[in-house]
Design a protein. Structure first.
Length: 443
């Protein structure tokens, strides 16, 4: 939707609400519902204020210490949400509503460098200096439940009813059971301007996936967060629930495979297909940097529980041709040649993960790293290096990474190290069901 189209819709009375949103550290949409007239009269030109604690809280939106940019001592002031009019689109699951994303800046016009969208923008700018752009696509898996979110909460998330009671991977019969919901999500995402390609059943009970057209990296990350938020809202309207948690139970987790390739700014042709050495160095950079950047691919305690042998989630830092046991899978050829990063779960922040892939790739390109031979066979049982198996190791590797400091800056590194520590502190303070079942009577 263009700004002129919005003005016309507001004048005709078909749009009355504008959602102005940012993506927070979790990749969630936060923002304001604005009257459409106020948006057009004031916000288009001047932006809108938002409390800077939005990038300095935990998952529960509790204020926590350790952040340089926001604190009680600094008074939790505002930053400015600057509308990105290129992201303006209808929200068909809410009547009379449109939405758009915003970039963040301080009062003096400087960037809020810890903002996930700004972090990705800076890596894309580094590519632009070399005459390149990044294209990406994210594949999000999720589990559908017949319980509403409120019912799930009241049950303590126990004994929920998955929408499918057996493995429906690629099953048209099984996916038909949830087609009213999945069809509505597909169609309403199309109505927002996203290009949906397909949906399919997956392995875990009630697990599904909807896939979107490969696009420029920033547009794909924007589409990812809009879709993820919208799918939850649509499910709630249907009195059902969707979870994107990386590992819901001991069965298959929810992945977010990220496909990435580089293209020339002039002409848009696939730079990998035209230059095998560019592809090789880009992938070599992924391998060299994967362990130290894992924190950006796996941001939560739960993220690491996906990394189990024989689960289609990777454990080895290795690449292979169309080999799903590897953390990096080379796919396609010529104009379709790309690398698939299989490390992330569906809980990932897409801006940070794609930024990490670009930073790693540029490390490989700039340093002309040689690519090791592709792994053939089972990467789970290979002697390849292992990805970090827990957030503690990932935190320490990120903290000591000279690459992270060079590519993202010390302020960003410190910000996301603190975020990891906040996650760790919350987990270590919690008493889990495992502890109760194990020790209530027997200890």
């Amino acid at each position: 939707m263009t700004l002129d189209e919005l003005k016309k819709a507001v004048a005709e009375g078909t749009v009355d609400t504008v959602l102005l949103a940012i993506a927070d550290m979790e990749g969630r949409l936060q923002g304001k519902r604005l009257t459409a007239t106020h948006f057009l009269d004031e916000v288009v030109e001047h932006g809108a204020e938002g409390c800077n604690y939005l990038l300095a809280v935990d998952v529960d939106m509790e204020t926590v210490g350790g952040y340089a940019m926001a604190s009680w001592e600094k008074g939790y002031g505002d930053f400015e949400m600057v509308p990105d009019l290129d992201t303006l689109r209808p929200v068909p699951w809410h009547e009379g509503t449109v939405m758009l994303l915003a970039d963040l800046q301080w009062e003096d016009g400087s960037e809020v460098v810890a903002s996930p969208r700004q972090i990705l923008r800076r890596q894309l700018a580094r590519l632009g200096e070399r005459g390149l752009i990044a294209n990406a696509g994210t594949e999000l898996e999720f589990i559908v439940f017949n319980d509403s979110y409120e019912e799930a909460w009241k049950k303590g998330f126990h004994k929920l009813e998955p929408a499918n009671l057996y493995n429906i991977d690629y099953s048209l019969l099984g996916s038909a059971r949830v087609e009213p919901l999945i069809r509505r999500i597909r169609n309403q995402m199309v109505a927002t301007g996203l290009t949906v390609e397909n949906s399919k059943g997956e392995c875990n009970l009630g697990q599904h996936e909807i896939n979107f057209r490969y696009d420029e990296a920033l547009a794909s990350a924007d589409g990812h967060v809009i879709y993820k938020n919208g799918a939850k809202e649509i499910a709630a309207q249907e009195e059902m629930a969707i979870t994107f948690i990386a590992k819901y139970n001991e069965a298959e987790g929810n992945s977010c495979h990220i496909h990435c390739s580089l293209a020339h700014e002039k002409g848009g042709s696939n730079a990998f297909g035209a230059d095998q050495s560019l592809f090789d160095r880009f992938v070599a950079g992924q391998i060299a940097a994967m362990r130290e950047l894992t924190l950006l691919y796996a941001p939560h305690i739960n993220s690491y529980k996906r990394f189990t042998e024989g689960s289609f989630a990777p454990t080895a830092v290795a690449w292979g041709h169309d080999n799903r046991t590897c953390s990096l899978r080379a796919v396609g050829h010529g104009e379709a040649l790309r690398i698939e990063n299989r490390l992330s779960g569906a809980d990932v922040n897409p801006y940070l993960a794609i930024a990490a892939m670009i930073a790693a790739g540029l490390h490989g390109i700039d340093n002309e790293l040689a690519l090791e031979p592709p792994l053939e066979g089972n990467a789970y049982t290979s002697g390849a290096p292992r990805v970090p198996s827990n957030i503690y190791d990932a935190r320490d590797l990120f903290a000591s990474s000279e690459l992270a400091k060079e590519c993202f800056g010390q302020e960003v590194v410190d910000h996301y190290l603190n975020r990891a520590q906040v996650e760790i502190n919350a987990f270590e303070a919690a008493v889990t069901d495992w502890e109760l079942f194990r020790g209530f009577e027997r200890l």
